[in-house]
Design a protein around this ligand. Structure first.
Ligand code: G3P
Length: 501
């Protein structure tokens, strides 16, 4: 009997279930988008109950499309949008508030208060690898406990649980109020600002600073082991859940970046470049994050340097949804291809402030260089170029931190079908850009973590052997042109600073 592994990919804009074969090939996929809730400027929320409903539906949908049943699936892996915070009642399973999404900037004041306790933005950097920024979960939990009536008392009485989306989905899949497993993995925990990167345990003193009761926090297990079985009477009933990786770490794993020095760039809602640094924690001097890359069973944890960019693919969605300039995201390529260059126009999408390498919550988006010459083709090109320029900035920071310049870049995610963007990315980096056959590396990475735990795959060599190149783009821009346009981009970035008090 042929067996398969399933992966649940709970992302920022949608939830997917994918079924993989032993060769790492996609057998079936089902996907549902969920509502993006914007209650105020800078606020972004999701409805956790909608996400849980969608999770069950896509699991059933993917199995139906593959014409498989639960008994054909040996393990399930979970991967997820990281940092997004849910707080719920352990006895009813009801969230006390919507999930506060990673892009949300409402915790700006909380972060400033924590900085003022001493040590500034890097107060927790030695322990957690992270700067104090609105991006991470800890301050979001604090906001919920401070602002939802009765939440703090209930949390202190042990009635409330916190989880990122991995934990929310796992707890519900394993029974919810009837014995749900309250667990996370170190890749997700390393994004809360509450975990010590060396011990992989919650740090009591940081939790006390943030006024987050430890009783709310999930148990941190490895990224690859059996946490429990699917309890509800659904499509995957009885299947062991055996892998958890935050989506960017999952993509790194799925791209077979398993040795120090190997890196990938995922083009999703945002872009996230991760460089495997092995068992060594490299502390960035250039605005990158130090994070857990994966921890397979009882093996030592593997760390990564990360360049997180908040807005890339979501800028294309903004053009579609907020401006109506395109009817569907892929249309942007044709519009951009109608012109030869950006016409002098630069679009810095600092919608959530700026993440790496700047970490400026005071920044807001700007379009600069406008003249009457600029048309929608130029604007479309500026939108695509913004992704490539931002990627170049974090890769420059990575090269400076590691001292070893990247020789090529593996890419994955939704936008890598865009040929114009991939060529421009190679041009602006000056190194080849390589796309694998299976560009769905996020779900694949979670499937690998789960499949390794149950012995479906024997070890990392299976992952390396399954990886295959689809296409490579080589740089074709001369050095002078590259540095000129990148210089103008850097200047445009400075125009977004000091916008919010
Ligand atoms: O850190 C945020 C990241 O995990 C979100 O990824 O692909 O869901 O936009 P994505």
């Amino acid at each position: 009997m042929t067996s398969y592994v399933a992966a649940i990919d709970q992302g920022t804009t949608s939830t997917r279930c994918m079924i993989f074969s032993h060769a790492g090939e996609v057998v079936a996929v089902d996907q549902m988008e969920h509502e993006q809730i914007f209650p105020k400027a800078g606020w972004v929320e999701h409805d956790p109950e909608e996400i849980w409903r969608n999770t069950r539906e896509v699991a059933a949908g993917a199995l139906a499309k593959a014409d498989l049943s639960a008994s054909d699936v040996v393990a399930v892996g979970i991967t997820n949008q990281r940092e997004t915070a849910v707080v719920w009642d352990r006895s009813t399973g009801k969230p006390v508030y919507n999930a506060i999404v990673w892009q949300d900037t409402r915790t700006d004041r909380i972060c400033a208060e924590l900085e003022a306790l001493g040590g500034g933005q890097d107060r927790y950097k030695d322990k957690t690898g992270l700067p104090l920024a609105t991006y991470f979960s800890g301050p979001k939990i604090r906001w919920i406990l401070d602002n939802v009536e009765g939440a703090r008392e209930r949390a202190e009485a042990g009635e409330l649980l916190f989880g990122n989306m991995d934990t929310w989905v796992l707890w519900n899949m394993t029974g919810g109020p009837q014995g749900g497993v309250h667990v996370t993995d170190p890749t997700n925990a390393s994004r809360t600002l509450l975990m010590d990167l060396s011990t992989l345990e919650w740090d009591e003193s940081i939790a006390a600073d943030m006024k987050v009761p430890l009783s709310m926090l999930p148990t941190i297990k490895s990224s690859s082991e059996e946490y429990g079985r699917v309890r509800e009477r659904g499509a995957l009933a009885g299947v062991p859940i055996a892998g958890i990786l935050g989506d960017q770490q999952a993509a790194t794993f799925g791209q077979a970046c398993l040795s120090p020095g190997e890196a990938k760039n995922t083009y999703g809602t945002g872009n996230f470049v991760l460089l495997n640094t092995g068992t060594e924690k490299v502390m960035s001097q250039n605005g990158l994050l130090t994070t857990v890359c994966y921890k397979i069973g009882s093996n030592d944890p593997v760390y990564a340097l990360e360049g997180s960019i908040a807005v890339t693919g979501s800028l294309v969605q903004w053009l579609r949804d907020n401006l109506g300039m395109i009817a569907s995201a892929p249309e942007i390529e044709g519009m951009a291809a109608a012109v030869d260059d950006n016409g002098g126009c630069y679009f810095v999408p600092a919608f959530s402030g700026l993440f790496a390498p700047y970490w400026r919550s005071d920044a807001r988006g700007a379009i600069v260089g406008l003249t009457r010459y600029v048309n929608k083709g130029h604007l479309a090109r500026a939108v695509l170029e913004a992704t490539a320029f931002q990627s170049r900035e974090v890769i420059d920071a990575m090269n400076a931190d590691s001292g070893v310049p990247l020789k090529s870049l593996k890419v994955d995610g939704g936008m890598v079908v865009n040929e114009l963007l991939m060529q421009f990315q190679a041009d602006i980096l000056g190194v080849p850009v390589i796309r694998p056959v299976v560009a769905e590396t996020t779900a694949l990475g979670a499937a690998y973590a789960a499949g390794l735990a149950v012995g479906f795959w024997a070890g990392e060599d299976d992952i390396r052997n399954n990886w295959a190149k689809d296409k490579e783009w080589t740089p074709s821009m001369d050095d002078a042109a590259r540095e000129k346009t990148f210089g103008l981009w850097k200047k445009a970035v400075t125009r977004t600073f000091d916008w919010v008090e």
